[in-house]
Design a binder for this molecule. Structure first.
Ligand code: FAD
Length: 293
């Protein structure tokens, strides 16, 4: 099933994210995470490509495990900063062979030690999207940034580029994490005004440990509202309490989003089925989980 079709229903969708392991030897553990996550019946599971230090080589393998072994719709990420055009073609062929028809097309972060783009690379996600579109019948999603992408000269310029991405063939967007829903509502207003009408999936990050918070604060531009900072300050020294509070904060954000008509939510589950499970249990009457393949 194409995610664009799934998002056309009026139902609430909740998806989860996995990242492939850093080492091949950890692949079996990753398969276990897939199995545990699949038992929660998310609307779909996305598998990152080279993010958080994960190895891109395992993305297709894990997406196959998600969809063809565990029966949950898979969304395979694909980036063009770390792959040349030949590699992109190879991955697209592999995805086709495994019947994985949903791709999140991204530029990826530019490695600081490399010249980018090399002559046989795509420069922007929009170029990758055009390439995937001409390759075959995939449903293509892209990333968007409610607070603006850190490299963009302004939010307006970023939204102009987002429009190009949608015109290139992007059928849905998933947002970068945000901790204040008003930022998303403001962004949705601006994108609609610009004529961007594809569904936007709200990306929610449950923050459950101090290490994660340090990483988020190092990401330029992510605003941490006072309410969030108070939670972190109060429970920083109590890991179990911080985890519980982080799950509650994310649940609260999701309920507010759904109450305001944002029906599609992606949880950055960071390979933690227990965190995903706790949030989905909190939403059991709101999100009626079922297999959607
Ligand atoms: P683009 O859409 O190409 O935009 C990047 C920058 O270029 C923006 O500032 C934009 O305004 C600008 N730009 C775009 N088009 C033009 C143009 N024509 N002219 C001038 N400027 C332009 N990273 C990974 O490595 N692996 C992953 O699996 C991964 N998954 C992600 C999932 C989500 C939901 C999100 C939000 C991010 C993810 N990332 C991942 C991180 C992402 O790769 C980085 O944020 C990257 O820096 C930008 O990727 P993009 O696809 O948004 O790029």
């Amino acid at each position: 099933m194409k995610i664009s079709e799934l998002l056309k229903t009026k139902e609430v969708t909740i998806s989860c994210e996995l990242f492939p392991p850093k080492k091949g030897s950890e692949l079996e553990k990753a398969h276990e995470v897939v199995r545990e996550m699949a038992q929660l019946h998310p609307s779909f599971m996305s598998v990152t490509y080279g993010a958080s230090g994960g190895i891109s080589e395992h993305t297709v393998d894990l997406a196959n495990e998600v969809q063809n072994v565990n029966g949950v719709l898979a969304l395979a990420h694909l980036t063009c900063a770390s792959s040349d055009r030949n590699k992109i073609q190879e991955v697209l062929r592999e995805l086709k062979e495994h019947n994985i028809e949903n791709i999140l097309a991204l530029r990826g972060d530019i490695p600081s030690d490399l010249d980018f783009p090399l002559p046989n690379q795509y420069h922007h996600a929009s170029e990758l999207i055009q390439e995937i579109r001409s390759f075959g019948d995939f449903c293509i999603g892209g990333a968007c940034y409610p607070e603006g992408h850190p490299e963009a000269e302004s939010i307006e310029a970023d939204i102009d580029h987002l429009k190009q991405k949608v015109e290139a063939g992007c059928e849905f967007l998933t947002t970068q994490m945000f901790f204040d829903n008003n930022i998303l509502y403001n962004f949705l207003y601006r994108t609609l005004k610009k004529g961007i009408e594809v569904p936007v999936i709200a990306g929610i990050m449950p923050v459950t440990n101090v290490k994660q918070i340090k990483r988020i604060t190092s990401l330029s531009g992510t605003i941490l509202p006072q309410r969030f900072r108070a939670v972190v300050e109060r429970f920083a020294e109590e890991p179990a309490a911080l985890k519980q509070a982080g799950i509650a904060y994310a649940t609260d954000q999701i309920i507010d989003l759904i109450a305001n008509g944002v029906n599609n939510v992606h949880i950055y589950t960071m390979n933690k089925p227990d965190v995903a499970g706790a949030i989905l249990r909190n939403l059991s009457e709101i999100y009626k989980a079922e297999q959607k393949l």
